[in-house]
Design a protein around this ligand. Structure first.
Ligand SMILES: C[S@@+](CC[C@H](N)C(=O)[O-])C[C@H]1O[C@@H](n2cnc3c(N)ncnc32)[C@H](O)[C@@H]1O
Length: 487
């Protein structure tokens, strides 16, 4: 159906863009999930996951694809910094100013399961939004820290890739925020510029020799852009590297000489006004840099020092599928790392993040669901009532180092696709839904009837063989839970 034939139902898309949240093999399924609702879009030349919206029969924010965490609405210019940083698969990335997580999500995909991202954000409200987004988008290889980035207690000189997208005056976003220029001018600017310098200084100290930081802003203000790059060159010894100009944007000439490789996206471009520079710390990469491969002893699952400093009670990952209520959990599809329980929530922490925990950071892992009767640190001894009243011998046998007894219960979060088996592995437990009407009914709270009356636990839901999430079982009825169970 063409755009015109939709009449008043079709809204103008106004150059709006989004990206697909999936692996390459799943791209056709996400596109079909959008098309069954009548969305039209086209690929963008600079990234295989980026799309431009052409027709929007319903607000994109209410689409199935968004509600199941399979697309992320993002301005095209904002997609450029992670592409400029280009961390390879397996890299460890520090994202210094990360909420709401638009760039964190891209970095998470780019580094893959062997890599990891540490995302910091000082605002309590914004770190909440960041965590909600990362959960919905299943960025299991990301750890978050609520902290100003300049206060992060991390070893100097160990990071190969840093994303620095600091607070800025936002003059490039006047289309969306017409008041930005008046709001962020005059005496509001010097503190902002000083904070950007503080964060650049911190980034330079954390970079390994040969490491790179991408500095980006959504402003056209030269003081926050080229002048900061000049300052970082003169005071921090960072060297700008030439960035290629991606197709589909209008670029302006940099406003200071001697920095030809930085990108200044024009504010009358299809995307918002943006600035980005890739800055390298000179030198050759040493061996002890942070990568997800975990060259560190403390990153080995089971290593004592790492267990001692986890932000909660550890749980052997092999034990998860045996917990009551767990269902067909594919623990093996989680990246390398550890499980821990904190305040009734079970988290996953990527092994690449363990050295950061060792350095005293309060890193929060990726939440998988709710769990009960796990032994907490300093809590019940095996066999005590606190552990479910089992006899000591049996409690130890079933709990062991994992700190869990055989009455432990796990309730997977409906959005935790990271634990979903492939549709083939799920076998008869899999629920396949391939049409819009059934998905709409599920999202409106109507139930599906389970194929087998004997099956227990949550049921994995798929569209075109692509994991969407977990349905809750109530007798023979299967329901999409209204909300995530993790706050
Ligand atoms: C431009 S936004 C980041 C957008 C984000 N990178 C994204 O792509 O979704 C800047 C963020 O920096 C945070 N921030 C403010 N002061 C900070 C500091 N000292 N250290 C780290 N982040 C800070 C703000 O709360 C805000 O969320």
């Amino acid at each position: 159906m063409g755009r015109e034939s939709r009449g008043h139902e079709s809204r103008e898309s106004e150059n709006r863009t989004f990206r697909l949240v999936c692996g390459e093999a799943e791209i056709p399924a996400v596109e079909r999930l959008l098309r069954v609702q009548g969305y039209e879009f086209r690929p963008l030349p600079f990234d295989p996951f980026a799309r431009e919206l052409l027709a929007e029969p319903f607000p994109l924010g209410t689409s199935f694809a968004l509600r199941f965490g399979r697309i992320y609405i993002q301005d095209r210019s904002s997609m450029l910094p992670p592409l400029a940083l280009a961390p390879p698969s397996g890299a460890g990335v520090l994202d210094m100013c990360s909420a709401p997580g638009s760039k964190t999500g891209m970095l998470s995909r780019m580094v893959g399961p062997d890599g990891f991202v540490l995302a910091s954000e000082p605002s309590a409200e914004r770190v909440g939004i960041l965590r909600m987004n990362l959960r919905r988008y299943n960025a299991a290889n990301v750890g978050t820290v609520r902290s100003p980035a300049q206060d992060l207690s991390l070893s100097a000189g160990r990071w190969t890739h840093i994303q620095l997208d600091p607070p800025c005056s936002g003059w490039g976003t006047l289309n969306r925020n017409p008041g930005a220029r008046e709001l962020w001018s005059g005496d509001k600017l010097p503190p902002l510029i000083a904070l950007q310098k503080t964060l650049l200084t911190k980034a330079a100290s954390l970079l390994a020799p040969g490491g790179v930081v991408v500095y980006s802003t959504c402003t056209t203000n030269v003081q926050e852009n080229e002048e900061q790059v000049r300052w970082a060159m003169d005071n921090l010894g960072l060297v700008p590297e030439s960035l290629e100009r991606p197709q589909g944007f209008t670029f302006e000439t940099p406003l200071l000489p001697g920095m030809d490789g930085v990108l200044r996206v024009a504010d009358d471009s299809l995307g918002q006004g943006f600035f980005l520079a890739r800055l390298r710390r000179p030198g050759a990469l040493p061996h002890d840099v942070l990568t997800g491969a975990g060259a560190h002893d403390c990153a080995r699952p089971g290593a004592k020092n790492a267990l001692g400093s986890l932000p909660g009670a550890p749980l052997d990952r092999e034990r998860l599928p045996a917990m009551q209520g767990a269902g067909p959990m594919a623990v093996e599809s989680l990246p390398p790392g550890m499980l821990y329980e904190s305040r009734g929530t079970l988290f996953f922490l990527h092994q690449g993040l363990l050295p950061c925990v060792e350095q005293g950071l309060r890193v929060r892992g990726f939440p998988l669901g709710r769990c009960k009767t796990l032994e907490s640190r300093g809590g019940g001894r095996p066999g005590s009532k606190k552990m479910g009243g089992k006899k000591a011998g049996k409690g130890r046998k079933n709990g062991g180092a994992g700190g869990m007894n055989d009455r432990a219960r796990f309730q997977v979060d409906p959005t935790a696709r990271a634990l979903m088996p492939s549709v083939q592995e799920a076998g008869p437990a899999a629920v396949q839904v391939d049409d819009a009407a059934s998905l709409e009914a599920l999202l409106q709270g109507r139930s599906l009837t389970a194929a087998s009356a004997d099956a227990k636990g949550p049921a994995p839901l798929y569209f075109d063989d692509m994991p969407l999430g977990w349905l809750t079982r109530k007798g023979k009825r299967l329901l999409w839970p209204e909300k995530s169970m993790i706050s």
